[in-house]
Ligand binder design. Structure first.
Ligand code: MTE
Ligand code: HPA
Ligand code: MOS
Length: 755
């Protein structure tokens, strides 16, 4: 039997023994929280009478804005979001928290709260918000070349508007937190967050306590996908505030429908564009304005818009380009990070345009992509130089793997014969920038302890959320210390063991935390090497240097001797010799910077490239489709774990095809989401896997790659799912070449496009 790949959580998940926050036993005296959520999207809260709720048996306390000891503010980057508002900004905004002995009591008591509102007109459409100049910050711009001149002299120009929609995160584990009072003023908060630092910081401001009084502990998350980078903070604050005011443990746990009603989603975008191009298909100019529907508060909208702008040209080198972006305030729950962080929304526009130009010019879209693609030494619109660009090789591989030229002929034949079914084909490439675009976040720490028996404990600031960061960190430690992975335990994330941790986001988890762990281990190794040489000499009289020691598989050997030490034996010797067996490692990504005023810099440490091809078969009568085959070529540096990366690629692909072809958010005229469960909001299931799926991971030796030559994998493959949208559009255009498919490509949208 072949050995199973390392996946530290796999066995625990399969046997039901991995622990999540809600698995913790109830604590004595624990109170359960339920919330009064605003029924209005925009209103003034004129009066709040909680007396009946407070008097209800089993209710311990009802908490509102007036109870907050510190600042009524949970905005982080932009300080615009109160914990409890006086001006309500979205339907579902919490207005009061009831703490009771059990959940049903708390729920009933919420219904006893009397609130008076003065309704104000809400805005939901991004275009309206933009016309009202309702922006969090002024317009952003990235520009290179001379767009006006290039458009004026272009052989052809084409303009249009492209929209993409929001998306519910649908993590398995809903938002939750548990706060526990400790000695003196300390409070421990178990939080389902991607960011221990943000939770700690915001709680400390709301409670008016120094950060060292707030301990954030994150065992693991049951999925996050960006939906807990910022959106988890408010619930951690609620729990901590409850505990601060009552001195009791407090649990906050949203039900699925509460979670879907009140939390922000992926940003819907609306984008106006003009391209200039030649009859041979060269694109000379691109002018683009991206509008992001940010919802009620800034949250991460500005950074998300910025990443959309950084990805607006995707894999194309367009010499004259002007990208403008405005993040708009609407009365929806604050939209937030979601896998890709704006990049999918930016890339969707240019990929739509390429498909359109190809059909106008009667050319294969892949030819146009190749004709305009980035080459080494090209500059991006924001001045970052392209190096080691593998796009040509990616396209070659994809063509070969899918037998592309033959496939096209096959499809043409099929479509000529078939009247009720049509097939379609599309390729979508990606160039995804890795690093937080907020440069200061590109830092991380790790704490490594080697215990006396040779077993190792590792804590990083990274959060385990199903992406199996813990396995990747363990692999790094195993390689650096030369010990079997079974000897390593990767701990929960905890602000006392590793403080000031950046969110686990931007796909940088393994780069930042893996490197920090590597650096900590190297520090310990610098002491263990001479100790090993010393021990060899004292045991066997071998004269050897510290540098020649080989640490591998839990053994230490040197070329001059056939004897070897065991790691455990060395650790015992090191301890007895009073050599430190712990280290703190710190890593910051070198060389990343960006000047927002000038729109110039090197925001990314490197790029991840790849491309996907999807083939679909469309039922013209029902608008439904089958995904016949998918081929993916993904360039990944030298992978730490090909199996984990494969899982990430498939997961991202499926999540993205959900966004493009299934999932549809609906809200009513009051801005209340109507899609609040899987019965009204369709996410992909196991049957939505393609009938044939081939993934090739291209190893590249790109020197800019990160820990042990690996590259990040979490978000870039999300782009591949778009190929399903474009394949469906391609199938439709077989029937009607002018057809416009709206987003997402649900059967309804497809039938509409076919008309
Ligand atoms: N995979 C699983 N299983 N669960 C998740 O929540 N989040 C994605 C991606 N893959 C996610 C996931 C997102 S949005 C990001 S940014 C990265 O994982 C974060 O982890 P990493 O930086 O360690 O790749
Ligand atoms: N990605 C994810 N989260 C972030 C980023 C980013 O680029 N910048 C700030 N927070
Ligand atoms: Mo991922 S959207 O950066 O958490």
């Amino acid at each position: 039997m072949s050995k199973l790949p390392y996946h530290l959580s796999g066995k625990l998940h399969l046997t039901g023994s991995s622990r999540f926050i809600a698995d913790e036993a109830p604590l004595p005296g624990m109170l359960y929280a339920k919330f009064l959520f605003s029924p209005h999207a925009h209103a003034l809260l004129k009066d709040l009478d909680t007396s009946a709720a407070e008097a209800y048996p089993g209710v311990f306390k009802v908490i509102t804005a007036k109870d907050i000891p510190g600042q009524n503010m949970i905005g982080h980057v932009i300080k615009d979001e109160p914990l409890f508002p006086s001006e309500i900004m979205y339907a579902g905004q919490p207005l009061a928290m009831v703490l009771a002995e059990d959940i049903s009591i708390a729920e009933h008591a919420v219904s006893l709260i009397k609130a008076e509102y003065e309704e104000l007109p809400p805005v939901f459409e991004v275009r309206t918000a933009d016309q009202n100049q309702a922006w969090y910050v002024p317009e952003r711009k990235i520009e290179s070349g001379d767009v006006a001149k290039a458009l004026a002299s272009a052989e052809f120009t084409l303009s249009g508007t492209t929209s993409s929609a929001g998306q519910e995160h649908f993590y398995m584990e809903t938002q939750r937190a548990r706060a526990i009072p400790l000695e003196d003023k300390q409070i421990m908060v178990l939080s389902a967050t991607q960011s221990t630092m943000e939770c700690q910081e915001v709680i400390s401001h709301v409670l008016g306590l120094p950060a060292h009084n707030i301990i954030i502990e994150v065992p693991r998350l049951g999925g996050a996908f960006g939906g807990k980078e910022r959106a988890a903070t408010i619930w951690a604050v609620m729990a901590a505030l409850g505990t601060y005011l009552t001195k009791r443990p407090v649990e906050v746990l949203l039900s699925r429908d509460e979670d879907m009603k009140v939390t922000g989603k992926r940003h819907p975008f609306r984008s106006d564009w003009t391209v200039g191009y030649s009859s041979t298909g060269e694109i000379s100019a691109y002018e683009l304005t991206l509008l992001a529907n940010g919802g009620a508060y800034a949250d991460l909208s500005v950074a998300i818009l910025e990443r959309a702008m950084f990805h607006a040209e995707n894999c194309l080198h367009i010499p004259n380009i002007r990208i403008k972006g405005r993040a708009c305030i609407t009365n929806l729950p604050p939209n937030t990070a979601y896998r890709g962080f704006g990049a999918p929304q930016g890339i969707f526009v240019i990929e739509s345009i390429i498909e359109k130009l190809a059909s106008k010019l009667g050319r294969d879209p892949l030819e146009l992509r190749r004709l305009n693609m980035y080459q080494d030494r090209d500059l991006t619109p924001y001045g970052q130089r392209i190096e080691h660009c593998p796009l040509a090789a990616v396209y070659d591989k994809l063509e070969a793997n899918s037998d592309y030229q033959k496939l096209k002929i096959e499809l043409d034949k099929y479509n000529q014969m078939s009247t009720l079914y049509k097939q379609g084909l599309a390729i979508t490439p990606v160039k995804f920038g890795i690093s937080f675009t907020t440069a200061l976040l590109n830092q991380g720490s790790a704490l490594v302890w080697i215990y006396i028996d040779g077993s190792v404990s590792v804590t990083t600031g990274g959060i385990e959320m199903g992406q199996e960061l813990s396995t990747k960190v363990a692999i790094v430690v195993s390689r650096t210390l030369g010990i079997p992975i079974e000897q390593i335990h990767v701990e929960s994330s905890n602000s006392q063991r590793v403080g000031n941790a950046s969110p686990t986001a931007a796909s940088t988890g393994s780069d930042i935390n893996g490197n920090a762990a590597r650096i900590a281990c190297e520090e310990i190794m610098s002491k263990l090497r001479p100790a090993a040489a010393e021990l060899m000499q004292s045991k066997w009289g071998v004269q050897t240097s510290a540098d020649s020691m080989v640490f591998e598989g839990g053994k230490i050997s040197c070329p001059r001797s056939s004897d070897s030490l065991s790691f455990t034996e060395l650790i015992r010797y090191a301890y007895n010799s009073r050599i430190p067996l712990a280290a703190y490692g710190y890593y910051s990504t070198p060389g990343v910077h960006f000047d927002r005023e000038k729109g110039i810099g090197k925001p990314f440490h490197y790029y991840v490239y790849g491309a996907a091809l999807s083939r679909v078969e469309l039922d013209l009568l029902s608008g439904e489709h089958r995904l016949l085959s998918v081929h993916i070529v993904h360039e990944n540096g030298s992978s730490l774990s090909a199996e984990i990366d494969r899982g990430q690629i498939i997961g991202a692909f499926i999540q993205s095809l959900g966004w493009c072809s299934m999932e549809e958010l609906k809200h009513d005229a009051h801005g209340r989401y109507l899609t609040v469960s899987p019965s009204t909001y369709k996410i992909p299931g196991i049957r939505d896997l393609p009938e044939q799926l081939q993934i090739e991971i291209l190893e590249s030796g790109a020197e800019e790659a990160s820990v042990y030559g690996s590259k990040a994998t979490g978000e870039p493959p999300f782009i591949y799912g778009m190929s399903v949208f474009f394949a469906l559009q391609n199938a439709i255009r077989n029937v009607n070449p002018e057809a416009e498919l709206s987003f997402p490509a649900t059967p309804e949208a497809i039938l509409k496009a076919l008309k």
